[in-house]
Write a protein that binds this ligand. Structure first.
Ligand code: CP
Length: 314
């Protein structure tokens, strides 16, 4: 693994999950591994969990994390090749990324999609500019189309809860939201859950089909009740339309899960990456009840990041 940007293979996923669980049991076991090394955590967008958990993970490995809030504190970046920079942008991405590459041993980047320029977003253009020009291993802290550290933490959380021999039935359900939300978490969760050989069902209203490159192998239905029946894990997430790119087609509150939705899945655990809009995406009774494992997912973000950074350190 040169960079950590997506699901690569079941064997690598298993290795990272085992490594994360070992770090969870003994967080400081490799505290010398990153001695005299620095990781640059570059944020082009807001974050709570990713920002804090990645720094803790680096510190657990004896590595120095430095956060750069490029959206608020950096220069306005130019992305276009050959641009005549006589307007608002101050620094070209190729210069900024090369500088950051010279400062750090590993770079970690958060770069959300525009949700208006579909071509650039699905190429992960901004994120890939950092890979292209930094010359260093790059970890995705959520790109335009994927959030692999979140998905690795989600796979760890499922493994911790799942003790049966059969495959768990894992349901990804769309939930309402008031804003247009990126596809990265949903794409990545589907990619990793299918890659980890879970029995995956995706349910959403008409018009919310995800990019099929992420959902091949999943059962897809517009009938949420059918999807939820016998579910073991239910991952709740909003995303905007992909085909009618970045648009909101539905805010149907009947898609927000309450206890009533779980009559045919009494044992199901509920997952969400957070942040969550309570009583819009998910009800208080689910989030505050015993089927919610959202806090465990957030805790596992530390050990997912620690496993990935450790792997890249070699
Ligand atoms: N789940 C997640 O990535 O949270 P933040 O956006 O707060 O980092």
């Amino acid at each position: 693994m040169k960079h950590f940007t997506q699901f690569e293979s079941l064997s690598l996923s298993k290795t990272l999950i085992q490594s994360a669980l070992a770090y969870k049991a003994n967080p400081l076991i490799d505290v010398q591994k990153g001695f005299k090394k620095r990781i640059g955590c570059i944020f082009l967008n807001p974050s709570l969990r990713t920002r804090a958990s990645t720094q803790i993970a680096a510190l657990n490995l004896g590595m120095e994390p430095i956060v750069v809030n490029m959206d608020k504190e950096g220069w306005a970046l130019e992305m276009r090749e050959g641009a005549i920079m006589n307007k608002g942008t101050v620094e070209h991405i190729k210069d900024a990324a090369a500088v950051l590459g010279s400062y750090f041993d590993i770079l970690a980047i958060r770069a959300f999609p525009s949700l208006t320029n579909k071509t650039e977003d699905i190429e992960d253009f901004v994120f890939n500019q950092f890979i292209k020009y930094s010359g260093k291993p790059v970890i995705s802290l959520e790109s335009a189309i994927r959030h692999p550290l979140q998905s690795l933490a989600d796979m760890i959380t499922i493994q911790e809860h799942w003790k049966e021999a059969r495959k768990p039935k894992v349901v990804l359900t769309w939930a309402p939201h008031i804003k247009a939300i990126p596809h990265a978490v949903a794409n990545s969760f589907a990619e990793w859950a299918i890659g980890n050989d879970h029995d995956v069902t995706i349910t959403h209203p008409v018009g919310y089909e995800l990019d099929p490159i992420f959902t091949k192998g999943a059962h897809i239905t517009h009938n949420q009740a059918e999807a939820l029946a016998d579910a073991d894990f239910v991952y709740v997430k909003n995303w905007s339309a992909f085909n009618d790119y970045g648009k909101i087609h539905s805010t149907d509150s009947s898609w927000m899960l309450t206890e009533k939705h779980f009559e045919a899945a009494p044992q199901a655990k509920v997952m969400h990456c957070l942040p969550v809009r309570r009583n819009v995406e998910l009800s208080d009774e689910i989030l505050d009840g015993s089927r919610s494992i959202v806090q465990e997912q957030a805790t596992n973000r530390i050990y997912a990041a620690q496993a990935v950074i450790s792997h890249l350190l070699g």
